[in-house]
Design a protein around this ligand. Structure first.
Ligand SMILES: Cc1cc2nc3c(=O)[nH]c(=O)nc-3n(C[C@H](O)[C@H](O)[C@H](O)COP(=O)(O)O)c2cc1C
Length: 170
């Protein structure tokens, strides 16, 4: 089986997490890592989908929250087109229960309710995906980062874990 890691990111933190998850997955599987604007419209048969994005206003980003992020960014943002919300909206429903897992980034303080990863997980379940591992949050110190210490290790471990679950399924 192959894996595809799809990410949305404004300031680059979720992109870093996505790449670290891919490193962990690569211990077990072939992995492709793609920014959501370049992601394929559907997931291939026999592919593990891992998808993540930043938490904006308690959930997945919207065009308006992405525009707000642009005003706070010192450099051009990473995701300049659609976000994971729009990509998931147009993703076709699946019949074969393909495996998937979701992740997000959110601020460590204040600890706010809501999670883009949980919202993505709900959408994927509705589309017929089998959730391999519960939605995972990674923490940033401030809106534009950096990631809290230890998050990239956690991300690599998550990738390793997901890859080993798939490998064990044969
Ligand atoms: C418009 C906007 C709304 C946000 N809302 C939340 C929120 O509700 N909860 C939270 O924990 N973080 C929130 N954040 C912080 C983001 O989660 C943070 O910017 C993101 O994790 C950084 O990842 P990125 O570098 O990949 O964009 C918000 C950020 C922006 C720009």
């Amino acid at each position: 089986m192959k894996a595809i890691v799809i990410y949305e990111s404004m300031f680059g933190n979720t992109q870093e997490v996505a790449r670290a998850i891919a490193e962990g997955l690569r211990l077990h599987l072939d992995v492709e890592t793609v920014e959501v604007g370049s992601a394929p419209p559907a997931i291939g048969e026999g592919e593990l989908l891992v998808i993540g994005g930043p938490t904006h206003t308690f959930s997945m980003s919207r065009e308006s929250t992405r525009e707000e992020a642009v005003t706070k960014a010192p450099e051009p943002v990473v995701s300049q087109g659609i976000g994971v919300r729009e990509w998931l909206e147009s993703l076709p429903a699946s019949t074969g229960s393909p495996p998937a897992a979701t992740f997000d980034t959110k601020v460590a303080r204040p600890a706010l309710p809501g999670s883009a990863a949980k919202a993505m997980q709900k959408r994927l379940r509705k589309k017929g995906f089998r959730i391999l591992h519960p939605a995972t949050n990674f923490l940033v110190e401030d809106t534009d980062g950096p990631l809290v210490e230890g998050q990239l290790d956690r991300a690599r471990q998550l990738g390793d874990h997901l890859g080993s679950l798939i490998a064990a399924e044969g």
